[in-house]
Design a protein around this ligand. Structure first.
Ligand code: NAD
Length: 264
């Protein structure tokens, strides 16, 4: 028997059309899950098609997760066409540049409404059938910026810190009702969201050197942690956060000048 087997489990992935979400959708499909890709971009249907071409099971539903109506509509369509979800991966997120004194309040609201309120909305709607069946796993994609303030990125860090607490609160409230909730926090991952940054001269190498693993992360690195947390292998893990950053956030002590303690 496979170490992880999600056959016959319906898994919803928000923002599954690109980057980390696409990696997660492919990763879940590879261990047998029946994947539902939600994305506001119609081009995301290509991810579901890719999974089906590889012999897996997947469907795409266009959905803006900031809309109560759209999420409710998709949940109804899904129930009729695919069945109730056993797994939810909250992943759709965005980032806007701006200092806390420079951004507009509308920009603050926009980021929180997707990155934090969108996660709660999906947890409530897709979590309902899990609570009814007393079985389910929710994995939220946060960020290392949940713990380390990411400056000049508006509400981004605050939204991600909120996701970590949202997940813990869900774990405590829904644990006795059979639903687990955990977080995966990526470090630097190369995706459409960050590609512009890596195109700037010198950035790729400068960033790579900062990471103990000596490379920028890939969507598959995040997918592996998400698949584990979504599976029965993690059945006694809830309210936790797995940081997947190649060791980057553990490097703080190493930047302090300490004569006599250099590498030999
Ligand atoms: P991305 O921008 O490359 O892809 C995001 C996907 O979400 C796209 O397919 C987009 O169409 C979809 N989406 C955006 N808004 C949506 C909405 N309102 N409703 C439905 N779908 C929507 O982003 P990514 O880099 O893959 O990031 C995915 C998650 O990982 C985000 O939550 C992000 O904050 C987090 N993250 C990314 C990095 C990184 O380095 N890339 C690091 C830490 C955390």
């Amino acid at each position: 028997m496979a170490w992880i087997d999600l056959a016959a489990k319906v898994a919803v992935v928000t923002g599954g059309g690109a980057g980390i979400g696409r990696g997660i959708a492919l990763g879940l499909a590879a261990v047998g899950a029946d994947v539902v890709v939600l994305d506001r971009d119609e081009a995301a249907s290509a991810v579901a098609a890719e999974i089906r071409d590889q012999g897996g099971r997947a469907a795409f539903f266009p959905c803006d997760v900031t809309s109560d109506d759209e999420v409710a509509r998709v949940a109804e369509q899904m129930a009729a066409k695919v069945g109730p979800p056993a797994i939810l991966v909250n992943n759709a997120g965005t980032m806007l540049p701006g200092g806390l004194d420079g951004m507009t309040m509308a920009e603050w609201d926009r980021v929180l409404s997707l990155n934090l309120t969108g996660y709660l909305r999906c947890a409530r709607v897709f979590g309902e059938p899990m609570l009814e069946r007393k079985a389910g796993a929710i994995v939220h994609v946060a960020s290392i910026s949940a713990s380390c303030p990411q400056s000049y990125s508006g509400a981004y860090s605050v939204s991600k810190a909120g996701v970590v607490m949202l997940s813990r609160q869900l774990a405590v409230e829904w644990g006795p009702r059979g639903v687990r909730s955990n977080v995966v926090s990526p470090g630097m991952i190369r995706t459409p969201m960050t590609e512009g940054i890596y195109q700037a001269p010198g950035v790729l190498d400068a960033r790579r050197r900062l990471v103990p693993a000596q490379r920028i992360g890939r969507p598959e690195d995040i997918a592996d942690a998400v698949v584990f947390l979504a599976s029965e292998r993690a059945s006694y893990i809830t309210g936790e956060e797995i940081i997947v950053d190649g060791g980057f956030t553990k490097t703080l002590m190493g930047v302090i000048p300490r004569p006599g303690f250099e590498p030999g």
